[in-house]
Write a protein that binds this ligand. Structure first.
Ligand code: BTN
Length: 247
């Protein structure tokens, strides 16, 4: 797999978009040791000091934005597979809809999808941040690092990227050969708070309901009273947890 180390950069995902605009749609892994403008979902800052993993996978995709969006579940499974290797028995990763990975209820990794059209068709960038050595103290969701969980020295970034890149290749093949039903099945097996009450904060309202399932389009199905509601985009929180953050 083509992989490029960028050292210090604004953001591996911004670099991926620049590459795509100039005609290179990958497949290509871009990774950095640190980012000065790391970006999270909804344009939030992704604090990016040295020691954590910052990588973006750029790939050409067919011109179907809805199908391209399903790659976030593919990537989250690859992240969970990677955490399984580097964390071992210390904890098991759970996946929080739509695209966070948790260890012991704390956020350890996030995925950011971006897509666009270029001369060669649609491109997709899958930005992945994994807290290997450091976790931000002021995150919206309480965060932890892999070394914070294992109590050991953080895994090497490059070695972790090798594991992630191999896991991503396996999960992409699964998506291609078996379709989203198979990805959805595996994602649900690792879903955090499935069958339990969650709070979904949408841009103009907050709804609380039982997390029933993930549907075939990647939406979260919430049972609210007697109604079932499909949530396509939201920040999800867990009410009634062991602390104020609900984790
Ligand atoms: C989130 O949980 O909000 C998603 C975070 C994604 C962060 C990664 S780090 C590598 C890539 N480059 C970025 O600027 N963002 C993504």
């Amino acid at each position: 797999m083509r992989t490029e180390a960028l050292g210090s950069i604004d953001s591996t995902s911004k670099e991926a978009a620049r590459r795509a605009m100039s005609g290179d749609h990958g497949p290509l892994w871009l990774w950095a040791e640190e980012q000065s403008a790391g970006t999270g979902r909804s344009g939030r800052l992704w604090h990016s000091p040295r020691g954590n993993l910052y990588a973006t996978f750029l790939m050409p995709v067919s011109d179907d934005p809805a199908r391209a969006a399903l790659h976030s579940f593919v990537a989250c499974l690859a992240v969970a597979d990677t955490l399984g290797v580097i964390v071992g028995g210390a904890a098991q990763a759970a996946l929080k809809w739509p695209n966070d990975a948790l260890l012991d209820g704390y956020k350890v990794a996030g995925v950011l999808l971006e897509s666009g059209m270029g001369a060669a068709g649609r491109w997709l960038s899958v930005g992945i941040g994994i807290n290997l050595a450091h976790a931000p103290a002021d995150a919206r969701w309480p965060a932890i690092s892999v070394s914070g969980i294992t109590g050991k020295t953080a895994p090497e970034v490059e070695a972790t990227l090798d594991i992630l890149s191999a896991a991503m290749a396996v999960r992409l093949r699964q998506f291609e050969e078996k379709g989203f039903a198979s990805i959805r099945h595996d994602w649900l097996a690792r879903a955090a708070r499935l069958g339990e009450v969650v709070e979904a904060r949408l841009p103009d309202e907050t709804v609380t309901g039982v997390f029933e399932t993930l549907d075939e389009t990647g939406a979260m199905l919430l049972q609210i009273g007697t109604e079932s509601r499909r949530i396509h985009a939201a920040d999800v929180f867990f009410p009634g947890g062991t602390d104020a953050a609900g984790h």
